[in-house]
Ligand binder design. Structure first.
Ligand code: NDP
Length: 314
């Protein structure tokens, strides 16, 4: 006998600030949402320690604790949280169909995608070991803890330049490691870089190892042209070589840009499929903050509610 397929008004894929904020709003609008957490319940904030820039926490908050608060708040209004990964979707007809990795099928009137993005790492010695002990992928989140210290930033794109210039306001010296002899960053961003006197660009330079017993103390680098090795003393190591949006599941189904970010209609969370919405880092390569993700999560739930109301009025 085949298992009965459960029908949902609103299925939310992803459990970071965007997913849970969408759930809080959807639950309060009587949409009885279900959140599929994915493989990292709580999203990227689970990997951080102190969060000092999320409004409402005057003393700061530990990332995992904050995500626990998000979940509890969503559950308080009746959100159901399923600790499962969605492995397949069919958005070709209403109701939409989703399958968990375990093969369980559900149908849904609306789907909110909040699967986030994953920071790319170099994979060098010391990087994972010293994670949150000086190694970071977000200057805006963690830069404050490095005030008055020397730091290294890796990358040559807009993110790296943005992070370096942000850190240059807090730190006496910023070393920017660029693997080629030119930057990928836009001309406007390059101008910002030139204006900062305390940023030293190390061209053709790659990080080989992050050094330090308990915390980052230095970075071993190599010039890939001369093969000369050296050590840069620094307490912070910021990797800014790009993010990968978690959109493999939606390839060929939803419109994406050339780097895989979901495309939403301007000033909304609508994707190219009516009834499917996207919120958070999965559709935002520019701001990527917990608070902006939460904001678009709210928008997605409101968009889904309006969509359902319009459908019911038809
Ligand atoms: P990008 O892919 O644009 O740049 C990645 C950078 O990291 C490149 O310089 C690349 O080098 C370097 N890199 C990649 N892998 C390695 C590695 N293993 N070792 C050393 N260096 C490496 O990513 P960004 O995150 O910078 O930007 C992503 C998108 O977001 C872009 O479209 C960007 O314009 C946009 N953005 C816009 C902002 C704004 O408008 N304010 C702010 C931030 C991002 P190489 O050049 O040699 O490939």
């Amino acid at each position: 006998m085949s298992e009965e397929i459960k029908h949902e008004k609103c299925a939310i894929i992803g459990s970071g600030p965007a997913g849970y904020t969408a759930a809080i709003y959807a639950a309060r609008a009587s949409m009885n949402p279900v959140v599929f957490t994915g493989k990292d319940p709580g999203g990227q904030l689970i990997q951080t320690t102190d969060v000092d820039n999320f409004p409402g926490y005057p003393e700061g908050v530990i990332g995992p604790d904050m995500m626990e608060d998000f979940r509890k708040q969503a559950e308080r209004f009746g959100t159901r949280v399923e600790y499962e990964l969605i492995g397949k979707v069919d958005f070709t007809k209403q109701p939409f169909q989703l399958w968990t990795e375990g093969g369980r099928a559900i149908t849904a009137d609306t789907v909110i995608i909040a699967t986030g993005a994953t920071a790319k790492w170099l994979g060098i010695e010391g990087e994972q070991r010293l994670m949150n002990k000086g190694v970071s992928a977000c200057a805006v989140c963690d830069g404050f803890f490095f005030r008055g210290m020397e730091v290294v930033v890796v990358g040559g794109g807009d993110t790296a330049v943005e992070e370096a210039t942000y850190l240059a306001k807090l730190c006496p010296k910023v070393h920017l490691l660029v693997r080629r002899d030119e930057l990928r960053a836009s001309k406007a961003m390059q101008a910002r870089l030139k204006a900062a006197e305390n940023i030293e660009i190390h061209w053709n330079t790659e990080a080989q190892e992050v050094l330090g017993a308990e915390e980052v103390e230095a970075v071993r680098v190599i010039n890939n042209k001369t093969k000369e090795e050296s050590v840069i003393k620094a307490q912070g190591f910021f990797v800014a070589i790009g993010h990968k949006p978690n959109t493999d599941l939606f390839k060929g189904i939803l419109d994406m840009d050339e780097t895989g970010y979901l495309i939403t209609e301007p000033d909304s969370t609508h994707t190219n499929i009516e009834g499917v919405f996207a919120a958070g880092d999965v559709q935002d390569k520019k701001y990527r903050q917990a608070v902006t993700a939460a904001g678009t999560g709210c928008m997605a739930a409101l968009d889904a509610e309006m969509y359902l109301a319009e459908k019911e009025a038809e």
